[in-house]
Design a protein around this ligand. Structure first.
Ligand code: HAM
Length: 416
């Protein structure tokens, strides 16, 4: 038997309905904040991610699905979408469009990580990017929007962590300070960290090895290395969140596992998720567009929600919704079946979902109606066809009403 590839899943009903539900909620909120959809290709040139996400990150150094195309070029299945959105922004000169470019996307990403609960090799992100302003008000609005999406899908009790990783210059000074300190400490760290201590000391803070944590705790905080402009920017972001009563915790170790960040970074976690508790991550990436070849500066900020984890949280804590079936019709005999398929057509025009049974035995059909959690069942025999009156059963209460065809249609239309 052929199985799906390790770390890649089929999304089956009824879970697929929850996926649709969260996507609908997200699109609704994006519209309210004036974001429009962008769809980028799933394959990109490998250099795009190497240059933006960073050679030293786990994503680029260990996790990408990279292969040589038939013409010898190196292609990669996108491990994230911010780099692709920026590439598209530059390629299509979106900087010439009026105002901020506020773009959102929903789609699969690929990282060859060790699969576990909440971590897959193909996973989905719902993300957004606001490109063209370095104003802290945009950071505030982006965070306000992501909190609105979580509330719209019914998630409460999440925790917002924020930090500032400063401008490129502040970060360079911090990196130097880390490099200095790590001269003594690195020999006690894991082999990855010993390498990072040389090449990109900031990445030591991403280390997940438990034995390394007490040593990493001793390293200085990035907040001590921010310059005046960075500090002012971070203060304004917090002021925006305070004004809107959005609770947060400042987490100075939150440097995030991608190299393109500058200034604001943030994550939202939820206890229902277990070890992989980050529902989403994001941050500002001023300077990224220039490093990808943009002639004009294009400061920006965005986030990506892990949709797999969002759905898991909704299924565990929120209202994941019912089966969605409104009516199960049980026809008794061939003439009734023929009549019912036409009746079902009329009912579906009312946007009511209908399933017509094709079993021979009424008992069996009612069992199926029960298992499908249908809200109503309708039993149709020869008498009903002649009299054009129907008996509608409310499956939750067991109540039964005899209705004319017209009354039946009205009742079902009003029941939605
Ligand atoms: P990221 O932190 O790498 O950021 O990923 C964002 C979210 O994607 C994570 O918080 C997590 O929920 C989900 N995620 C990541 N890897 C996996 C996986 N293997 N399985 C399941 N879910 C996963 C980014 O990707 C940035 N592009 C975010 C961003 C947008 N920054 C600025 N704009």
């Amino acid at each position: 038997m052929i199985h799906s590839v390790k770390g890649m899943r089929d999304i089956l009903p009824p879970s697929s309905a929850v996926w649709n539900q969260v996507e609908t909620c997200a699109r609704r909120i994006f519209k309210r904040f004036n974001y429009r959809e962008i769809r980028t290709p799933i394959l990109e040139e490998t250099a795009l991610f190497a240059r933006s996400v960073g050679e030293e990150t786990d994503i680029v150094s260990k996790e990408m699905y990279t292969f040589e195309d038939r013409d010898g070029s190196s292609l990669t299945l996108r491990p994230e979408n911010t780099a692709s959105v920026l590439r598209a922004y530059i390629e299509h000169r979106l900087d010439q469009q009026p105002g901020l470019q506020k773009l959102y996307y929903i789609g699969p990403m690929f990282r060859r990580e060790r699969p576990q609960k909440g971590r897959y090799r193909q996973f989905f992100q719902i993300g957004a990017e606001a490109i063209g302003s370095d104003s802290p008000a945009v950071d505030g609005e982006v965070i306000e929007m992501v909190a609105a999406i979580l509330r719209e899908v019914g998630i409460e009790g999440f925790e917002l962590l924020i930090n500032s990783v400063g401008s490129k210059e502040s970060r360079a000074r911090y990196n130097e300070a880390l490099r200095e300190q790590l001269k003594d400490l690195a020999p006690r760290l894991c082999s990855d960290c010993r390498r990072r201590a040389e090449t990109n000391p900031l990445r030591v803070l991403d280390c997940k090895v438990p034995e390394d944590q007490p040593i990493i705790e001793q390293l200085p905080s990035i907040l001590e290395y921010l310059d005046a402009a960075d500090r002012e920017h971070f203060d304004r972001v917090r002021e925006y969140l305070n004004d809107r009563s959005i609770p947060y915790t400042v987490q100075p170790r939150l440097v995030r596992g991608l190299d393109y960040y500058a200034r604001t970074t943030f994550e939202i976690t939820h206890d229902a998720l277990g070890a992989q508790n980050a529902i989403l991550g994001g941050g500002r990436y001023d300077g990224l567009a220039e490093s990808l070849g943009s002639k004009v500066p294009a400061p920006g900020i965005g986030f990506s929600i892990g949709e797999d984890r969002l759905v898991m949280t909704v299924e565990q804590t929120g209202d994941a919704g019912g089966s969605g079936l409104d009516l199960y019709i049980a026809p008794m005999g061939d003439a009734a079946l023929r009549h019912c398929t036409l009746l079902a057509g009329d009912i579906r025009k009312l946007d009511v979902s209908v399933e017509v049974g094709t079993e021979r035995k009424l008992k069996r059909m009612l069992e199926i109606a029960n298992k499908l959690a249908a809200r109503f069942a309708l039993i149709v025999g020869d008498d009903e066809i002649v009299t054009q009156s129907y008996s509608l059963k409310d499956m939750a209460t067991g109540e039964q009403d005899t209705l004319t065809r017209q009354a039946l249609l009205e009742r079902l239309a009003n029941s939605r």
